[in-house]
Design a binder for this molecule. Structure first.
Ligand SMILES: Cc1cc2nc3c(=O)[nH]c(=O)nc-3n(C[C@H](O)[C@H](O)[C@H](O)COP(=O)(O)OP(=O)(O)OC[C@H]3O[C@@H](n4cnc5c(N)ncnc54)[C@H](O)[C@@H]3O)c2cc1C
Length: 454
């Protein structure tokens, strides 16, 4: 392996490998036997061919910010793409960019903004996560409500199959199946993404934002539906609850929110200046009709940024409350939010756990976050139980087990809640078509045959 890559690109020292023992889901842990950091696609191909010849399983890893334990290896080799971070081309006429998988998501916009273009999906982790990880998990983000998630912006992919064969796949525009769509969201189980052709869009002409404060989380949930009923599709519609507000206000990201606020909605509209202003006015009427006690408009870019920092940095701020956080990710019909939010709180109370909610309310993508200390086995057991109850509740109201973070290792146990034996068997057959030896990210995404029960 050392001969296949540049010097210093293989780590096999167990002490150094500890840095890769988890992703951002701290309950799912494992150590690889080695980690390798290819610099380009040729090195990546050589690495995968070697692993295939030696029948060694491997796990692709970007920045390790995933929240489902997907980028964790139990033995075998971790293939880290962080040194493959070049933006190979920006095509202003065709409005696309060709990038390597280890490119940080935020860096794409830094490279395209000069051309008046942007990459639209914006996971809250965009400053740290890689575009390869985004494609592999089909990431969402606050602004995906109107713009669509990662798959809506992937034009084509190059993937290195688990036997080392490079393959360029498109969206079925020439006929045939949408293979790039199948690889998107496949969580490293079909091969390693080595290049990504992304669609770009013109930068927005006008953006308008307000923050609405509520005395009841159920009212904030109702306001979400009312905004859509008014015919407005905001570009982002996010909810943060009281626990989150308290911890953010105690951090460097404080945005001056009153601590007695039960829930706040961030509402953002975008378009030409008139359209954005009209949409925002309608959205304001809707939140006031649902009992918002105050609406605060962002009058400058600085004020807008402060509102977004309070939302996007909330996860980090939770570190003030507990050493670990179990970020739940489920998608539910928006109309169920007013009923569900108090029920999440009830589940957390019953298991004696602290809960903080901040999530993409507009598309019903909830994140009930359970706070805990993983050194306390009893707390971990309670977190697992509460998490399973929350998942079952979300599925029961017509939702599903992941909105954007993927299945990884964590949610394999819940796959049987949403998929029948037939669907799982088709997915296994598709996996087998690219990976007959089951080398790519084993144990993730799909339960073993017969292991569907939760
Ligand atoms: C504070 C915080 C906020 C977050 N906010 C959001 C959010 O708003 N929206 C959202 O969707 N997610 C969010 N996430 C989750 C996470 O950032 C995303 O899932 C992100 O896409 C993971 O990227 P990564 O580079 O860290 O991937 P990793 O964690 O390294 O890997 C994630 C999965 O992708 C696979 N993978 C990685 N690279 C490749 C590749 N080149 N080829 C094949 N498979 C690959 C891995 O095997 C693994 O299964 C957040 C996480 C944190 C910590």
């Amino acid at each position: 392996m050392q001969a296949a890559v540049h010097p210093g690109a293989v780590i096999a020292d167990p002490d150094r490998l500890v840095a890769y023992e988890a992703d951002a889901l701290t309950t799912s842990r494992g150590l690889p036997d080695a980690a390798v950091f290819p610099s380009d696609r040729d090195e990546l191909i050589r690495v995968i061919r070697l692993l295939h010849e030696a029948r060694v399983p491997f796990v692709a890893r970007g920045a390790g910010t995933g929240l489902a334990g997907g980028a964790v290896a139990q033995g075998g080799v971790l293939i880290c793409t962080t040194r493959m971070h070049r933006i190979l081309e920006v095509d202003p006429q065709g409005q696309t960019a060709l990038v390597e998988p280890g490119t940080l998501t935020d860096e794409i916009n830094a490279a395209t903004e000069g051309h008046g273009l942007r990459y639209l999906p914006d996971p809250a982790s965009a400053a740290a996560c890689t575009i390869g990880g985004n494609v592999a998990t089909n990431s969402g983000g606050p602004h995906c409500l109107k713009h669509g998630v990662t798959t809506d912006h992937v034009a084509a992919l190059e993937v290195i199959l688990p036997d080392g064969t490079p393959l360029v796949v498109g969206r079925g525009e020439d006929g045939g199946l949408d293979l790039a769509g199948i690889f998107t969201g496949s969580e490293g189980t079909l091969g390693v993404i080595s290049r990504i052709r992304l669609n770009l869009a013109p930068v927005a002409t006008a953006v308008r934002t307000f923050l609405a404060l509520f005395d009841s989380v159920a009212d904030a949930g109702k306001a979400v539906g009312r905004i859509f009923d008014a015919g407005v599709v905001p570009v982002a519609l996010e909810l943060v609850d009281r626990e989150t507000i308290a911890v953010v206000e105690a951090s460097i990201f404080a945005a001056g929110l009153p601590l007695d606020t039960e829930a706040a909605l961030v509402v953002e509209c975008e378009g030409d200046p008139e359209e954005a202003a009209e949409d925002l006015e309608e959205a304001e009427k809707a939140v006031l009709a649902c009992g918002a006690r105050e609406v605060r408009h962002a009058h400058s870019d600085e004020e807008r940024l402060a509102i977004w920092q309070a939302r996007k940095k909330a996860y980090g701020a939770l570190g003030r409350l507990a050493p670990d956080v179990f970020v739940q990710d489920a998608a539910v019909p928006r109309s169920t939010l007013p009923d569900l939010l108090p029920r999440f709180a009830e589940i957390a109370r019953r298991h004696d756990l602290r809960l903080a909610n901040f999530f993409h309310a507009g598309d019903g993508n909830v994140h009930p976050n359970l706070l805990f200390d993983r050194r306390d086995t009893d707390q971990v057991a309670r977190v697992q139980k509460a998490g399973a109850e929350i998942m079952a509740l979300c599925v029961n109201v017509g939702g599903t087990i992941t909105g954007e973070h993927g299945v990884g290792a964590d949610k394999v146990r819940h796959m049987g809640l949403v998929f029948g034996a037939e669907e799982l068997s088709i997915m296994r057959a598709m996996r087998n078509a690219t990976d007959r030896l089951s080398l790519a990210n084993p144990g993730k995404l799909l339960p073993e045959e017969g292991g569907e029960a939760t």
